[in-house]
Design a protein around this ligand. Structure first.
Ligand SMILES: O=C(O)[C@@H](O)[C@@H](O)[C@H](O)C(=O)CO
Length: 472
């Protein structure tokens, strides 16, 4: 028997819209009281008094046009959080959490090109799944869409074409991490070799612009000494150049956009001077950032709590936030890498809510709890495959798991512990590509059969993520 999702029912310009789950598990959009001109935008058919259309890609696009709050928008400086969803099934639970918490603006569609590649999803798939999920829960307060960790012009164009409006520019691969610790002579030599002509400047100009300057922060002056400025150029100069190329590409696309500059996935913390030089040089080139994601102190490993000195991190949040207020304001962006619950309050306090939170893989790894509960052997198979492909999967992710510590003999009723334990959790957290290739259909079947259970799990999990950012 088909069932209507009660929460999805919305009215707009005299027409009623809701989502229906069909006998076979597929979903349909149902529209009532709409003029023919509105129905003409959808592909479906009349059934009695209503019009019924499959919940597919074309109708997702038509729905975004019909219900404007489903079209991605910019959040500007308002507090926001990106949820990510590698499976395309997690948005209903995410939306329930945002409704419950209040005061945090959602970016349901958020996926890096790396994740899209590993899951074989296109930017349109990501956006369409988020559209249907938000609609299912009757979310009417607006949505963002983040093309996360963008490194090429091609993927920026594809995301823009699909309707993404938030572009996370990640030129981190161009950073010279050795320059963080190189001796002064090496730093001078490296900095002198960097070609900044595309920024209409040179290393000498940058030094004369910033060396010896003082930035008055609330907590005291930040002095930009010559060596630190040179080190910033040596370490971040090439990334700055590449980042600006990517930004110019976005600007040239002529689409609505807001920009984040993300250098968080690097090995060494972003120094305060580096933050100043990078942002000021981008501003000098006419770039307006909405957010900046530095590499914070400590370890932001995937799927687990923050590893490091929390007091040092709180100070680091506060120092960067002071800079962001003086140079911007712009938001600071925290790419959590999933589940850093203990550090969110100090981040919100430091930024005064001028902040963006990103989390992504957690909806995938938490989904495996549902798999473990309903098909323990499948969870064992997922772990085995994640282990087999681990060396490839771990590439470009920060992890410290030790695969030799993972138990191989847990009985069915304890298999779910593998989702909680650090070693197996991290292995499966990054194993999503290979696992979805092999077991994607079975995993999605379990999650759609038990969709209320998955939504309830997501709701509670995301309340824990976003409550510190919201009104609770
Ligand atoms: O796994 C990815 O590629 C991304 O989702 C993440 O790196 C993301 O930017 C993140 O850090 C969310 O926690």
């Amino acid at each position: 028997m088909s069932t209507d999702y009660a929460a999805s029912r919305v009215s707009h310009e005299g027409a009623d819209y809701w989502l229906r789950r069909n006998d076979d598990g597929t979903k349909s959009l149902v529209i009532a009281h709409a003029p023919q001109a509105v129905l003409d935008g959808f592909s479906g058919q009349a059934e009695g008094d209503v019009f019924v259309a499959p919940a597919d890609a074309d109708n997702a696009l038509a729905l975004r046009k019909a219900l404007p709050w489903l079209t991605p928008r910019r959040w500007g400086l308002e507090t926001s959080a990106g949820t990510g969803d590698r499976l395309g099934l997690a948005t209903p639970g995410h939306a329930q959490a945002f409704k419950d918490v209040g005061g945090v603006n959602p970016v349901f569609a958020q996926q890096s090109t790396r994740e899209m590649g590993r899951t074989h999803r296109t930017p349109r798939n990501v956006l369409d799944d988020a559209t249907w999920g938000a609609f299912q829960e009757g979310w009417t307060d607006g949505v963002g869409a983040d093309a996360d960790h963008q490194k090429t012009e091609e993927s920026l164009s594809e995301c823009a074409e699909a309707g993404f409006v938030f572009f996370t520019i990640d030129p981190g691969d161009g950073m010279d991490m050795a320059a963080h610790d190189d001796d002064e002579a090496t730093v001078r030599e490296k900095a002198a070799r960097i070609d900044l002509s595309s920024l209409d400047t040179s290393t000498d100009d940058v030094v004369s612009r910033y060396a010896g300057q003082t930035i008055e922060l609330e907590s005291g002056p930040l002095v930009l000494d010559e060596e630190s400025v040179l080190r910033a150029v040596a370490k971040a100069g090439p990334a700055l150049v590449r980042g600006l190329e990517l930004i110019k590409h976005v600007e040239g696309l002529g689409v609505e956009h807001e920009l984040e500059f993300a250098i968080d996935e690097t090995d060494k913390p972003t120094t305060l001077v580096e933050h100043v030089v990078v942002v000021k040089e981008l501003q000098r080139a006419g770039v307006e950032l909405i957010s900046f994601a530095p590499r914070w102190v400590g370890q932001f490993e995937k799927g687990v709590e923050y590893i490091g000195d929390r007091a040092a991190l709180a100070k680091n949040f506060s120092d960067h936030a002071e800079i962001a207020r003086v140079l911007g304001p712009y938001k600071l962006s925290l790419h959590s890498g999933s589940d850093k619950f203990s550090i969110y309050p100090s981040f919100v306090e430091a930024t005064r809510g001028v902040a963006h939170l990103k989390t992504a893989g957690t909806s995938w790894i938490e989904a495996l709890r549902i798999v473990a509960a309903h098909d323990p052997q499948l969870l064992r198979d997922i772990l085995a495959l994640s282990l087999d492909s681990f060396e490839e999967n771990r590439h470009s992710y920060h992890l410290s798991c030790d695969t030799s510590r993972i138990p191989s003999d847990l009985p069915d009723d304890r298999v779910g512990e593998l989702v909680t334990e650090l070693d197996s959790r991290q292995v499966m957290h990054v194993g999503y590509g290979a696992v979805l290739d092999e077991y994607g259909t079975r995993i999605k079947d379990i999650l759609t059969t038990h969709e209320d259970e998955y939504a309830a799990l997501m709701k509670e999990h995301f309340i824990a993520h976003i409550a510190p950012f919201g009104k609770r």
